[in-house]
Design a protein around this ligand. Structure first.
Ligand SMILES: Cc1cc2nc3c(=O)[nH]c(=O)nc-3n(C[C@H](O)[C@H](O)[C@H](O)COP(=O)(O)OP(=O)(O)OC[C@H]3O[C@@H](n4cnc5c(N)ncnc54)[C@H](O)[C@@H]3O)c2cc1C
Length: 436
């Protein structure tokens, strides 16, 4: 078939953007589709003053190829910001700058099609040249077109997780953090904002509104979370070594039940708040309460918000303090749900592939170490995934740094040769030992 691609990428978030950038110097022929009109990384949470959670070296190429023209340092050089960055001397960069860097990479690559939604993928295993037919809707022109490819990489990312009994309410009043900046002005014009949750996004929204309270000291700010407290994300360097290809090798080989236990055991590696954000939060609180000044805030852990209902002009939260086993209602004007995200698996995927692939359980599919779905048949036209991988590749599955590692393994598998070296013994720790 003349118009056969080597690979089609579904979704152009940082993960597949990295794949496109690393493929650029290869002979591989690929095309990438995204349903959004242009690249913009988590726009609802691109809060000014907030930093990326990982060092800038977790750009889309450097950990695979520091000489790549798509590196963060080259972006700074081209934007004439390298001297400023040199004097800034911080490993963590502003999240807004990282987003600008990703847009800079997009602007330099071919084969990235925005405003194009993948609406179906048809498997053709019997064809002379087994392949996938990717059906794409050009949103602007309303035209559907088929593209053919030997390999697919599904990078559809995540979706906001809305808890039951918290949906169906006006978004400007009860919103998920992913929509925060779209409604920030309205939140600031209200008397009382309540944030539900205790992860990074909860802390960032609370800190941002706390700093804005400077100008609105009559606005009350509440944070309720069912977690036992607002705790720090594990950031010690030996702990960080669990975000390495060596640990992913070890984790992937474990039986499924040991992997899920491990995720629980290593919860502090992905659940919690960045130490700098926590420090900024406490610092702001301390400065706001010098002398007789009071901070117009409430922070209560061990408190599950079970339901939200309208009450007069505002909302009533049904709450349960689980340690005291006490129930109470809490009135507020606005609610920001920092309830996290879940993997985004398009409907067509389940319709087309549910019965063709192996599953660990009803929601989690089996994936090889090099990110291929495990099909019932033995095939050479592969369906790679970069979403819904925590149960196969560990806590680092959504981590920007390991995304580059993943793209190395995908490119080498598609090319059938080592284009990028798959480095190992990258850390000080080991996880198994033979008789010495
Ligand atoms: C607010 C926030 C901050 C984060 N900060 C960090 C951080 O600092 N460090 C870190 O390591 N990780 C961070 N993460 C985790 C992770 O890096 C990000 O979630 C990252 O965006 C994941 O990249 P992705 O490419 O998988 O998915 P996404 O960025 O979610 O992109 C997926 C893309 O797929 C497109 N898409 C979906 N379905 C279709 C379809 N059918 N057709 C066409 N296109 C489709 C979507 O439009 C979207 O653009 C953060 C996550 C969030 C939510």
């Amino acid at each position: 078939m003349d118009d056969m691609y080597d690979v089609i990428g579904i979704g152009i978030g940082p993960f597949n953007l990295g794949l496109a950038a690393l493929m650029d110097k290869t002979e591989l022929n690929g095309i990438f589709f995204d349903k959004t009109s242009q690249f913009d990384w988590h726009p609802g949470m691109m809060i000014e003053k907030m930093d990326l959670q990982v060092p800038f070296l977790a750009d889309v190429v450097t950990l695979a190829d520091p000489t790549s023209p798509y590196s963060y340092l080259n972006y700074l050089r081209e934007e004439n910001r390298l001297f400023k960055f040199f004097f800034y001397s911080e490993f963590k960069v502003p999240r807004q700058e990282y987003n600008d860097y990703l847009k800079w990479v997009v602007s330099r690559l071919q084969g990235l099609m925005f405003n194009h939604k993948v609406i179906d993928v048809v498997d053709h295993p019997q064809a002379n040249d087994p392949h996938y037919e990717v059906i794409v809707k050009d949103i602007e022109h309303g035209i559907e077109k088929s593209y053919h490819t030997r390999h697919v990489v599904m990078g559809t990312g995540s979706k906001p997780l809305m808890l039951k009994d918290m949906t169906g309410l006006p978004e400007e009043d009860v919103l998920h953090t992913s929509k925060y900046l779209y409604h920030k002005e309205k939140l600031l014009n209200s008397e009382h904002v309540t944030i539900v949750g205790s992860g990074q996004s909860a802390a960032e929204v609370f800190l941002d509104l706390l700093q804005e309270q400077e100008y609105r000291d009559d606005m009350h700010l509440t944070l309720l979370t069912r977690s036992a407290g607002l705790f720090q994300l594990e950031s010690a360097k030996l702990g960080q070594e669990f975000f390495s290809p060596d640990y992913v090798d070890y984790f992937h080989e474990l039986p499924f039940d040991k992997r899920t236990d491990s995720l629980e055991m290593l919860g502090s590696l992905r659940k919690g708040i960045d130490p700098d954000t926590l420090k900024g939060l406490y610092r702001t609180l301390y400065h706001k309460t010098t002398g007789s000044k009071k901070a117009n805030i409430t922070i209560q852990p061990m408190t599950e918000v079970q339901e939200i209902t309208t009450a007069g002009q505002g909302y009533q939260l049904q709450c349960h303090q689980w340690q005291k086993d006490s129930h109470f209602t809490y009135m507020t004007d606005k609610v920001v749900l920092a309830t996290g995200y879940r993997p985004h698996i398009p409907d067509w995927f389940l319709e087309r592939f549910q019965d063709k692939v192996e599953w660990e359980d009803d929601k989690r599919y089996q994936v090889t170490r090099d990110f291929r779905l495990v099909f019932h048949d033995d095939r050479n036209h592969h369906f790679f995934v970069s979403t819904n991988l925590t149960h196969t590749h560990g806590a680092g599955a959504t981590n920007l740094a390991l995304a580059t590692q993943r793209n190395i393994e995908i490119i080498n598998k598609i090319a059938g040769k080592q284009i990028y070296e798959e480095q190992r013994n990258t850390i000080f720790q080991q996880f198994t030992m033979e008789d010495n």
